[in-house]
Design a protein around this ligand. Structure first.
Ligand code: KE4
Length: 420
């Protein structure tokens, strides 16, 4: 597509869709682009824009594509399902099969409910935690993102552990009045928050490895401390494993770090690249969900045949342990290659190159990064056929389709930027 046609497409998009995109980060404003790159195809580790230029893709649709773009086995599974019809709104065997894969893989999950997005899973999990505990307060961490759930669109106030203030217009103050925001990796801050608000605390919600401030691993003992604080206060521990699930280990961060939450939020990989997400946990909690219990939650396309077919195709292949050895090798090669250009933080197949001095332990640390320079790096790499996350505060998503040539080309292009 010629330049003029691309501009016409962008102009048309902005006249029909707010900001021209269906999710803000895609506008690529954070990396200094006035007009985002429109993509039209992907194959393995590569993504192709509407001008036919191909890039090594480190966004991978923000995490779902652990086998890369247009994975043949996934496409075959989707096609076979689609030929039988796309949605029935009735129970299907595939939903049972996908649930079985999740329950088999994720250590703390005994029952699981399928939904269509991570936001929906997070929203439903909060409602369930509040119902189960008969409490209203939710504690979250600055820099962690759990989808655009009203109750979790809360920023920290000035103090260390404050009642949340809405981080978006349209979120009523009454909704975030029960949201406490404190600092990731700060056990004292969490303990103080639980001390002060513990009575009415329904749940602590955390990305066990933060991905939405860039990759910030849990410090040794942090997740264990959250577990202990929840046990002591009667609150539920909720791991948002939308990114980490099936990525940092087959059983997610809870398997990798050996800390079991009461409820787990899943997305991205679980749908194999189609709209599917899930939440699950201990049976006694999950059984409160309608129609088994009285906590209402529903969805027209929940567990739909195409997404369950894609999810089953992917999760069944992730039973092979060698998969995670290969992801670890690829992640380590990328980390080693980028390490001399900034602070690289990585857990398994998720990594971030922070243009800042390390270590990055909290959102405050992450915000020290030179986002202007990151934007310049993003644009430089785009010119060289490398598509980095269009924000410093996101992850590079390593897939099984990323070969040494893709990793080495990325490292060379980054080296070229810092040399110029
Ligand atoms: P979705 O509603 O976008 O499917 O999932 C929300 C969500 C929940 N929890 C975590 C830990 C997440 O990372 C996300 C969504 N991730 C972002 C990128 N980090 C999606 C990209 C976008 O918003 O377009």
């Amino acid at each position: 597509m010629a330049l003029a046609a691309r501009s016409a497409l962008w102009s048309r998009a902005t006249k029909l869709i707010p900001g021209g995109v269906n999710s803000p980060v895609r506008a690529m404003r954070a990396v200094g682009l006035d007009e985002p790159v429109f993509m039209r195809a992907g194959e393995g580790a590569l993504i192709e824009d509407v001008a036919g230029r191909r890039y090594v893709d480190w966004v991978m649709s923000w995490g779902p594509l652990v086998f890369g773009h247009a994975d043949p086995e996934t496409l075959e599974a989707i096609g076979a399902a689609a030929r039988r019809g796309t949605t029935f709104g009735a129970p299907t065997e595939a939903e049972v099969e996908l649930a079985a894969e999740v329950v088999d893989a994720v250590p703390s999950v005994e029952l699981v409910r399928l939904v269509s997005s991570g936001t929906e899973a997070a929203m439903s999990t909060i409602r369930l935690a509040r119902a189960f505990t008969h409490r209203d307060r939710i504690l979250k961490f600055a820099g962690c993102y759990h989808g655009h759930v009203d109750a979790l669109l809360a920023d920290a106030g000035s103090g260390l552990a404050t009642l949340g203030i809405p981080s978006s217009p349209g979120v009523p103050t009454g909704v975030t009045a029960d949201t406490i925001v404190t600092r990731f990796n700060d056990v004292d801050a969490v303990a103080a928050a639980v001390e002060r608000f513990g009575e009415g605390l329904a749940a602590i919600v955390v990305e066990p490895v933060a991905g939405n401030m860039g990759v910030v691993p849990p410090e040794p003992g942090f997740l264990e401390a959250l577990r202990a604080l929840c046990d002591a206060s009667g609150a539920l521990l909720v791991f948002d494993e939308v990114i980490t699930g099936f990525r940092v280990a087959r059983g997610g961060a809870q398997e990798r770090f050996g800390v079991l939450p009461d409820l787990t939020i899943l997305g991205k990989i679980v749908g194999g690249g189609l709209p599917a997400a899930a939440f699950g946990g201990r049976a006694e909690i999950m059984e409160r969900l309608a129609p088994a219990g009285d906590v209402y939650q529903a969805g027209t396309l929940s567990g739909n045949p195409l997404a369950t077919a894609a999810g089953i195709s992917v999760l069944r292949r992730l039973r092979e342990p060698a998969v995670y050895e290969r992801l670890e090798e690829k992640g380590a090669r990328l980390e080693t290659g980028l390490g001399s250009f900034g602070r690289v933080q990585r857990v398994g197949a998720m990594a971030t190159l922070f243009l800042a001095d390390g270590p990055i332990r909290t959102f405050t640390d992450a915000k020290r990064s030179d986002t202007e320079r990151y934007g310049a790096l993003f644009r430089h790499l785009l010119e060289r056929g490398i598509y980095l996350a269009p924000s410093q505060f996101e992850c590079l998503f390593v897939s099984l389709a990323h070969e040494d040539e893709h990793i080495d080309a990325t490292i060379d292009a980054v080296a070229d930027f810092f040399a110029s």
